[in-house]
Design a protein around this ligand. Sequence first.
Ligand SMILES: Cc1cc2nc3c(=O)[nH]c(=O)nc-3n(C[C@H](O)[C@H](O)[C@H](O)COP(=O)(O)OP(=O)(O)OC[C@H]3O[C@@H](n4cnc5c(N)ncnc54)[C@H](O)[C@@H]3O)c2cc1C
Length: 411
Amino acid sequence: MGASLAGAKAAQALRLDHGYDRPITLIGDEPHLPYQRPALSKGYLLGTTEAGELDVLEPRFYSDQDVTLALGAPATGLDLDARRVRIADGTELPFSQVLIATGSRARRLDLPGADLDGVHYLRDRADSDRLGTALRDAAHVVVIGAGWLGSELAAASRTLGNRTTVIDPLPTPLYTVLGDRIGGLLARRHRDQGVNVLTGDGVDAILGTHAVEAVRTITGRELPADLVIIGVGAVPNTELAQAAGLRVDGGVLTDEHLRTSHPAAVAAGDVARHQHPHYLNPVRIEHWDNAVVHGTAAAATLLGKPATIDHIPYFFSTQYGSTLEYVGHPTAWDRIVTRGEPGIPGFTAFWLDRDTPVAAMTIDNWGAADHLRTLIAAARPIESPLLTDPETPIQTLLPTSNAVTVERVQR
Ligand SMILES: Cc1cc2nc3c(=O)[nH]c(=O)nc-3n(C[C@H](O)[C@H](O)[C@H](O)COP(=O)(O)OP(=O)(O)OC[C@H]3O[C@@H](n4cnc5c(N)ncnc54)[C@H](O)[C@@H]3O)c2cc1C
């Protein structure tokens, strides 16, 4: 259920890795072959990435591998004991195992004026097509929310030459993920590009008669706007799972193998909140990489050969031609240390909890993320001069090398 990134990766692994030769159907409410979303706020929106480049798998995969595509109508009912899915077109499909990969949707803001013409959300290809056209006709753009998506959209709007404001009630962009110092650095990057970054202020109302004319903030500022983009997070599409009686709490709850509370159902990708061996609580991760890892692992679990999923979450973002890669999913840290200079490729920040790196972000540093991931998975304290010294390759800090991991805790 969900002709999604996770769903397509599961189908691929079932056929190619496990040799599964019984019927597979991908049910998708969108009319498209399973596609990847990251470019919807980047290259595809800006016109530098073609639609075909979004495909998760070669279009011929589905016919070559005899995977049935039931596209353009949502699944509307799931009966786990009878093992049947109902589709909106009236079809009922029997199954032995179902993968719930329904992803997430844009969180809506209940604001006066949120239904005016010129107010956009971004989740799917149709949204990106509409937004791309609107951004080219706009002059004054206000982006509500300075998370990853809002930050990318502010960058895209500015790249297209619009006067752009990004507004967020927190002190910096991505404040809850990155904290004050690194969030502040991202705010400076936006400002250097001419974006008006308004933090510590929220939106009170979107103003206009039929179409957007302005945005009024809680502190009473009025920002002219002919296009408003709301990017305030996503909510998992759990309704069918919940109605089917599965345990749902901020996502479909799964064990470390993606098994849900019913033996006939597995969940993967954005919709799954999975018991992650590295973290104490179940986690729900809205990252491209997570959907790939989950989808592939789900195939094994569907076949009763459950793999444990303990990968450290990884997210990438492109803004103003630079790529930011963030690794980890910490709930707490007490210190941030950095190596290199902001603005110079290779700059890296480490979030430390009692000297143990729990997250890292690196900018324009291809290839480093895998090492950072290993570093964080090791969950061992490291002397911060080693982390901050650009001359000390990250590889030498990894547990498998001879290097210096620290025995401070033991001392
Ligand atoms: C604009 C945008 C930019 C992003 N950029 C990045 C990035 O730069 N880096 C990164 O790491 N991640 C990024 N992400 C996140 C990443 O794309 C998601 O984590 C990933 O797509 C999740 O994949 P999924 O397979 O779980 O679900 P989805 O990709 O959400 O797919 C789920 C599919 O299931 C369908 N569906 C839902 N309910 C039903 C139903 N009842 N019946 C049938 N079909 C149904 C949905 O319509 C959708 O087509 C971005 C996301 C968006 C929206």
